[in-house]
Design a protein around this ligand. Sequence first.
Ligand code: NCD
Length: 334
Amino acid sequence: MNFTGSHILSVNQFDREAIEQVFQVADRMLPYAKRQKRTTVLNGAILGNLFFEPSTRTRVSFGTAFNLLGGEVRETTGLSNSALAKGESLYDTARVLSGYSDIIAMRHPDAGSVAEFAEGSRIPVINGGDGANEHPTQALLDLYTIQKELHAHGSTIDGMHIAMIGDLKHGRTVHSLSKLMCLFNNIRFTLISPKELAMPTAIINAIENSGHQYTITEQLAGSLDADICYQTRIQEERFSSQDEANLYRGRFRLNHQVYTKHFQSKTVIMHPLPRDSRAEANELDNDLNLNPNLAIFRQTDNGVLVRMALFALTLGVENIVSKFDQNVHWHVNS
Ligand code: NCD
C-alpha cells in the first residue's frame, strides 16, 4: 500500500503487509512518545482536527501525535459550531478546510460522511470514526495492542480466540477490528451481545468467508479460553431514545468475579473506552483496575504511537523522523 498522500478511510484499504509497515513505524515512535527525545520532522505542518461528535482520547491523541512529530494542530469541535449547521455540504467544507492545513483527521456522526468529505479534500483525510460504520485507527491500535500483549504470552494473532462483548451492532470499533482480523489465520470469535445488538451480517459474512470460526451467543456463560476479552459500551447515541438504550446498559458487567468465573487467568481485558462507569451500566468495574491483564491504558498509549506512524506515512516522512532529533531539557517520567 502506498501511504503517501492517501486518505485512510477504512480498514478495507489494508493488507497484512501494510499493517506490518504501520506497526514497524509505530515501534520507532516510542522514544518520542515517552519524551526521551523530540523530533521536528513536521515543523510547520498543520493538522486540521475536525471532530463533529464527542471524543476525548481519539481527538487528543491525534493532536498529541502530530505535536510529537513537531507539527501544529488546529481544532474544530461540534457540529453546531460549524457551517455544516448552516447547510454547507461536506464537499464545500472539505474544499475550504483542506486549503488551511496539510492533513485532516475527522469524526462525524454519519456513516460514510468522512469518505464523502474526503472527495472534496485536496489533502489526506484520516477517518476518526464515521457513525456506526468504521474506526480504522482504533482498529489498528487495538490490533497493535493485541499483538504486543499476545507476544508477551508467547502467542500470536494467528490462531487467537477473541470474545467481543456488548453493543456489537453499533460499535464501529468492533466492526473495524473484526475486518482487520479477517486478514489473519484461524481466528476464533465469540460474539456476545443481546440479539438486538448482534454483529451486523456483513461482518459475520466477512468472518465466515475468510475461514474463521465464530460463535454467536446472548450469554456470557461457561469458561471461555479466550486470549482477549474485548468489552464495549452500549452506544446510547445511536439509539432512538435513552429508554431504548437503557434496556441494554448493564446487561454485561465485567468485574473481578465475572472475569475469574468465565476467563483464563491470562486473558487480556480490552475496551476502546470510554467505559460507562455509571452505576446502571458499570460495564468494566474498577475492581479490575489493578489486574495486570487490564490493557485499556496500554491501548490509549499505543494509540499515540499508531497515529504518529499514520501521520509519518501519509506525509511521507517515516524514514527521516530521526534526522530531526533533538534532546529534551525537562524532567521525563519514563
Ligand atoms: C469509541 C468510538 O468512539 O467509537 N471510542 C474511541 O474512539 N476510543 C468507542 C465508544 O465510544 O464507545
